[in-house]
Design a protein. Sequence first.
Length: 238
Amino acid sequence: MKIDALLTRPEGKTLEFKQDLSSPKNILKTITAFANTAGGVILIGIEDGSKAVLGVAHPLDEEERLCSLIADSIEPRLVSDVELVNWKGRTLIAVEVYPSALRPHWLKSDGIENGVMVRVGTTNRRADGPLTAELRRSATNHSYDEEPMPDIDSDSLDVRVASGLFARIRDWNENTPKTLRLTVRHQGRLVPTVGGVLLFGSVRERYFPDACKTMECSIMLCGAPVRFLDDIARLRWV
C-alpha cells in the first residue's frame, strides 16, 4: 500500500482518514459502506483537517481491537485487510475493504432495516429498502428486470408478439421465454419477470402505469436493433 500516494489524495468515495478509534461506530459505518459500494481504504492515525500524520498509540492493541469490532459488529461476516504500516517512524492502521460478493452488509446494532450503509462521495448514507434489494441483486448478478412477478401468471405474456419478434433470429419453443429470462420459476410456478411484463405483458399498464402507452426504446438482439413504437405489438426493424 502506497501511503505517500494516498496522503496526496482528498477523502472521497474510496478513501477516508481517521485520527483514532475514539468513535469506532463511524469507522464501522465506513467499512460497511465501502463493502457495499466500490471498496476503499481507511487510514487511521491521520489528523482531521490538516491530514498531519500523527500515528496511533498502542498500535498492536488498537489493531486487535479493530479486528474484533469488525468481526463482532458487521453482518454477514466481513473480511477486511487490517495492517500496521510504518510511515516515517509513525505507525498507522490501514484498513483495505473490497467490494463484497455477500452484500448487503449491515451493522448488527442497527439491524438490516437501518444498518445498511453505502458510500456517496465522502459520506456514508443509510440505504433504504429498494437500494438494499438492488445491492442484493447486484451481488448475485441479477438485475431488476429479472425479478419475478409472482402475482401474474405466465400466460399473461403475449407469446404471439414475442415469437414473431424473434422469428428471424432463433427458433421459438416452450423453453424460449425462460432462456430469454422473460419468465422464471418462483416457488414451484413459472411466472413472468419484470422485463417480460414490460416488453410483452398484456397487463403491463396495470403494474407499470408510468412505463407509458407511447413507448420507444432500442435494444440490441444478437446485433440486430429492434425499435418498439407506441405499442409492443407494432414492430418494425430499423
